[in-house]
Structures are given as C-alpha cells and as structure tokens.
Ligand binder design. Structure first.
Ligand code: NAP
Length: 271
C-alpha cells in the first residue's frame, strides 16, 4: 500500500484524505492517505519524516505552498508560474513540485459548472497563493481579460506583473473596467465568515465563484446573488478536481470525479 499525505496548518478540516481514498477505491488502487499537521518553517523536517515512512507524495495546503515551492528539487512549468506548490512527488533526488489548483478550477468552471471561459471578462478578487495558482491557467483557457483586485494593492500589482500578459491588469479605481462575465473570490475573507470589500456594481449579469466551499462561501455567494449575479458556485468542485489532477500526477490514472463530488456535496449542503 503506497502512502500519501496532506500537509498544512491547520489540517484537521481537510477533505483530501476522503477524496483520495475514494479515488483509490474507484480506480482499484491500494492507497493510504494521512493528514499531517506541519507548522510553518517545519516542512523540510515533515517531508523527511514522510519519506522515511515510505511516503510517495504529498498535497500541500495553507500556509505551506510557498515553502514547498522553495524546497522542491524540481518544479513543473505550472508550479514555476504559480510560484507555489500544492503537489509533491517523491523522486530519487528529492521532491518534485507541481501545482494543480489552476487545472482544478478551470475543469470545475468549464465542465462541472458549464461556464465557458473563452473570451470572457474575469474579475479576480485576491492575490495570494491561490490567486497565483489560477491566474495563468485562466489566461491559458482563453479569457479576454483578467482584472485583479486585492486589499493590499501591491500584491495585485505583483500578480499582474508575474502574468506578463496584456490581458491581465490591476482593477482601476471604482472598477470602471467592467462589466464582467465572471467574478472569482480567491480571498481568505470567508475564513472568518466575512466578505472582501469589493467595488459596487460588480455582479450585474455575472457568474460568481468562491474558492471557499460550504458554509464559508455562503456570505460571498449570497451577496453576489443579492447584487445581480445570475449564477453562483462554491469551490468544492475545484477541490475535487485539483485532487484528481494530483492523483493523475502520482498514479497516471484520471479518477472519475462526479461520484465523489456529489457525495461530498450532499454532506456539505446539510451543514
Ligand atoms: P493566502 O495566500 O493567505 O492569501 C489570502 C488572500 O486573501 C490575500 O489576497 C489577502 O489579501 C486576502 N484576504 C484575506 N482576508 C481578507 C479580507 N478580510 N478582506 C479582503 N481580502 C482578504 O491564501 P490562499 O492560499 O490564496 O487561499 C485563499 C482561499 O482560497 C483560502 O481560503 C483557501 O481555502 C481557498 N482555496 C481553495 C481551493 C479549492 O480547491 N477550493 C484551493 C486553494 C485555495 P492581502 O494580500 O491584502 O492580505
């Protein structure tokens, strides 16, 4: 049985073990998948311990994605572009780093939600690790514009500069660059049940997506609906799809995601 783990701080809430165990069952693989709580600054030691236990791979979650990026002996192109790593694979020379967040989001938006991205104008709230991971894949999906807005403007400017693409711009004052087809909340405001401060008039006729899922996404999605969003979705599908992409990186097999997503959805909707 091969060993995998999700490393983060805190990590007790993570659904990753359930998702990966379900994928393993659906694809006939023997996989053990653990949660390991790792305080910031201790990822190198935790990875050594995981390797000593026979660990083949790890998912990396908040707040360790930057640390994983710095520690990886080899980086995929999408991890380099995101400057963050959420998937590590054990190799002879150490750990190979990848980032599956953007692929997971694009798959959820286009396949599960049925929201096409080509030629769409996208407003992205947030410029942290998750926003870094999704900006490049959204541009690759053919969007017409990516307008980035962040509480700390310097981070939005850095994200746009890193995109090095004329379609990616920082939101103008008062957000005169609308209307938008899609508004994505990639901030952590929902962790405390709150909403990011956003320009007025953003949601009229747009679809709204929160990277958070379940109860933590409700404040943003209710606000979006009340302000004219025509469709809303939370980030549960992204969570399952980025896990499926990690599973593919590790096992070379693409697991079916629909049964896992519908099972988790039914549970979360009852909370
Ligand atoms: P992060 O690196 O800590 O960045 C946090 C971002 O949220 C920054 O842009 C920060 O702005 C902003 N922010 C935090 N509190 C805010 C508030 N009260 N008002 C406005 N902006 C606020 O975190 P991250 O890794 O980007 O993750 C962001 C969220 O995405 C997390 O909640 C995470 O759970 C979620 N996520 C979901 C998935 C999924 O699969 N569904 C995958 C990855 C991440 P400043 O720069 O001003 O601090």
């Amino acid at each position: 049985m091969s060993l995998y783990a999700v490393l983060g701080y805190p990590v007790g809430h993570s659904l990753s073990p359930r998702i990966h165990e379900a994928f393993a069952a659906l694809t006939g693989r023997a996989v053990r998948y653990e949660r390991r709580e790792v305080p910031p600054g201790q990822l190198a030691a935790a990875l050594s311990a995981l390797a000593a236990d026979g660990g083949q791979g790890a998912n990396i979650t908040v707040p360790l994605k930057g640390e994983a990026f710095a520690l990886a002996a080899r980086l995929s192109a999408r991890a380099r572009r995101a400057r963050a790593v959420n998937t590590l694979s054990r190799e002879d020379g150490g750990w190979a780093g990848d980032n599956t967040d953007g692929a997971g989001l694009v798959c959820d938006l286009t396949v599960n939600c049925g929201w096409p991205l080509r030629d769409r104008r996208v407003f992205l709230a947030g410029a942290g690790g998750a926003a870094q991971g999704i900006a490049g894949p959204l541009l690759d999906a053919g969007i017409a514009a990516l307008v980035v807005f962040n509480r700390t403007p310097g981070r939005a400017e850095a994200l746009v500069a890193a995109c090095a693409d004329p379609r990616a711009v920082v939101a103008s004052a008062g957000c005169a660059d609308g209307p938008f087809d899609l508004v994505i909340n990639a901030t952590a405001a929902g962790l405390s049940g709150g909403l990011p401060a956003l320009p007025a008039g953003l949601f009229a006729g747009a679809a709204a997506y929160d990277l958070m899922y379940g109860p933590k996404a409700r404040a943003f999605l209710s606000y979006a609906r009340a302000h004219g969003a025509r469709q809303v979705a939370d980030g549960l599908g992204m969570l399952v799809e980025q896990a499926a992409e990690s599973f593919f990186v590790w096992h070379g097999v693409r697991p079916p995601t629909a049964p896992v997503l519908s099972r988790l959805r039914a549970e979360i909707d009852q909370v």
